[in-house]
Write a protein of this length. Structure first.
Length: 445
């Protein structure tokens, strides 16, 4: 087919390169575009090339084979990193710092361009350690803040992650996964950092981890991440990966463009930054907006932020921070069910595999093999309430992950007691294709 297009381009136009425009005409015909409209919209000089493409499509009986319906409301095109950055800005993020590292770099590029026309500041730091500490400082000073990096850069951020846990400083960190260990395959994709992010930073402190799988989900969860970070004074992590970060998707739903903002509360001189409260959430304010002295320390501290080694107070402070876990359970984002709710087998997936799994399951359903698909956009914390409606204890569970160890399946077992019957894993640096996942699932079922 490719050779025939090239030969036709050379014969008709004396230029093999015209085959590219002929191919565009074929694609437009396949998705059902009216040829007259396509030719009218073509670049000057390319009209005849497109016509030839439509002729090929008609000859091969491809015209309208996969129509794409027009939508009255229009659509928007994003890659995953653009969606993450937009969600962060809508979530009220006003400071972002990072050091360029594939595949997170375009998040920084988006912020640097947005900063020219919005009340946002982007700082390219000298390294990841500086970046995350700048973010902590900006959050302490009063603005919602975010860092973005990949696995190797996140390794350098560990002490600051723990510092956020101890000082209860709200912060959002985007971690764009790629194959490791070390530099691994820096321009490829994998879902192998979930354990790393879950256990990042020494000591015990609460956190939330999101792993969106679509443009709309990414925008919504990035926005929600800033709200949760502020409300519970915790680090929130957004896991993405090279495949999702660089994939371009069409988003047809309306995007609410109202921008969230941080609450600024003033207190008098009796203010205690780490006041022991019933739910574990102490009052949060920022330097310079009232008479309150906002004192914090990386050491264990008393209610006013002064260093302490009182063992009883240490226990109460650890318990205070851990009380937030119960609140985070109530805020948990439930997984999304696709496919046949009554099917005997359910695929469990997370993050970027969402659309691939859904499409493979739809293909199997058309062949009479019913499947449910449960996609997790939040991977931690996991609560029984998140999965209670689906009766998973009576189903055959199949995990689909881009890693070698079935890391999310193991987390489901540890947190919820759910045993995955079979894991389908890929870790060669590429995402699943629908075709190969379809074949793998068919073989298992």
């Amino acid at each position: 087919m490719t050779e025939e297009i090239g030969a036709a381009a050379k014969e008709a136009f004396g230029n093999v390169a015209a085959g590219n425009s002929i191919l565009v005409g074929i694609v437009l015909a396949v998705i059902g575009v009216n040829p007259e409209n396509a030719v009218l919209a073509a670049e000057p000089g390319k009209e005849e090339y497109l016509k030839k493409g439509f002729e090929f499509a008609a000859r091969w009986k491809l015209t309208g084979a996969h129509p794409v319906p027009a939508t009255a409301g229009g659509h928007r095109k994003f890659d995953g990193n653009q969606a993450l950055a937009l969600g962060a800005i809508l979530g009220g993020c006003q400071f972002m710092a990072g050091y360029p590292m594939t595949p997170a770099t375009s998040i920084m590029d988006y912020f640097s361009r947005a900063a020219s026309g919005l009340p946002i500041h982007f700082e390219q730091a000298e390294d990841e350690i500086a970046a995350v500490n700048m973010v902590l400082g900006a959050s302490y000073a009063g603005v919602r803040s975010m860092a973005a990096t990949s696995g190797g850069g996140f390794a350098l951020m560990q002490e600051a992650v723990s510092l956020a846990g101890m000082t209860e400083t709200p912060v959002v960190i985007a971690v764009s996964q790629r194959p490791g260990p070390a530099t691994g395959l820096p321009t490829r994709t994998e879902q192998a950092d979930i354990d790393f992010v879950l256990h990042a930073g020494h000591g015990e402190f609460p956190r939330v981890i999101f792993a969106p799988g679509s443009i709309g989900e990414m925008i919504g969860l990035a926005r929600k991440g800033f709200e949760l970070a502020d409300r519970y004074q915790i680090p929130v992590f957004i896991l993405t990966d090279q495949y999702f970060a660089d994939s371009v998707q069409i988003h047809e739903e309306e995007i609410p463009l109202d921008v969230d903002s941080r609450e600024y509360r003033g207190f008098d001189r009796t203010y205690k930054r780490y006041l022991l409260t019933g739910d574990g959430v102490s009052p949060l304010t920022f330097p310079g907006i009232s008479e309150a002295l906002v004192r914090l320390d990386s050491d264990e501290h008393d209610e006013e932020g002064r260093i302490t080694e009182d063992r009883g107070l240490r226990v109460r402070m650890v318990d205070k921070r851990r009380k937030k876990i119960a609140l985070l359970h109530k805020e948990a984002v439930s997984p999304t069910l696709y496919g046949d709710r009554k099917a005997a087998a359910v695929i469990l997936c997370w993050g970027s595999t969402k659309h691939i799994v859904e499409e493979a399951a739809e293909r199997l359903a058309r062949e009479g093999i019913p499947l449910g698909v449960l996609h997790f956009g939040q991977v931690y914390p996991l609560t029984p309430e998140m999965v209670a409606p689906y009766g998973l204890d009576t189903k055959r569970l199949i995990g689909v992950e881009n890693n070698a160890g079935g890391l999310f399946a193991r987390l489901l077992k540890n947190e919820l007691g759910l045993a995955v019957d079979r894991s389908i894993l890929k870790y060669d640096g590429d995402c699943f294709t629908v075709e190969e996942l379809y074949r793998m699932l068919k073989g298992v079922l």
